[in-house]
Design a protein around this ligand. Sequence first.
Ligand SMILES: CC(C)(COP(=O)(O)OP(=O)(O)OC[C@H]1O[C@@H](n2cnc3c(N)ncnc32)[C@H](O)[C@@H]1OP(=O)(O)O)[C@@H](O)C(=O)NCCC(=O)NCCS
Length: 157
Amino acid sequence: MIAPDPLPLTPAHAALAAHIHAAAFPAGEAWSASAFATLLTLTGVLGWIMPDAAGLLLARHVLDEAELLTLAILPERQRQGLGRRLVQTWIMATEHAGIARLYLEVSDRNRAASALYASLGFHPHGTRKAYYKDGSAARLLVRAGARDADRISPPFR
Ligand SMILES: CC(C)(COP(=O)(O)OP(=O)(O)OC[C@H]1O[C@@H](n2cnc3c(N)ncnc32)[C@H](O)[C@@H]1OP(=O)(O)O)[C@@H](O)C(=O)NCCC(=O)NCCS
């Protein structure tokens, strides 16, 4: 199944975004509508939502670096290619923006997300022990942007 084009995420989507986030993450880790509304007014923060509100991605671009802030797909819509579609949309946007490095953090217990990111070219860049509320470690991943794709040597590529 080919996923439809995601739409730009705006403050008007804040309530929908909070609903998706609460459904995808454990209680206590969900972001509120006001948090999304505030984040989406900040310079460099941008995101996408699926047209049927099945998932979203939020990122921040600062100079030539980009960071994934959150990615969430409704549980009943997971494993349908939506997460991949959203991350690919973000990667394309970073290419247009001349971003050199893309960063993200993922729990070392999150196999689904780790497999998704690895399949899209993200590589380990460090670990923060006991970073998340459940005691799991955060793995910091990095991907070369289009600008630096030819200049970064292992282990960053
Ligand atoms: C992680 C998440 C965003 C993946 O989104 P998704 O739409 O279900 O993923 P996709 O259907 O696009 O799958 C893309 C790839 O991810 C991996 N993947 C996704 N779900 C997986 C699972 N349950 N187990 C193992 N690998 C999985 C696979 O490599 C998959 O490719 P394949 O289908 O060709 O095998 C989604 O499961 C989610 O929202 N989880 C809860 C919130 C979360 O963990 N967010 C990320 C925080 S860093």
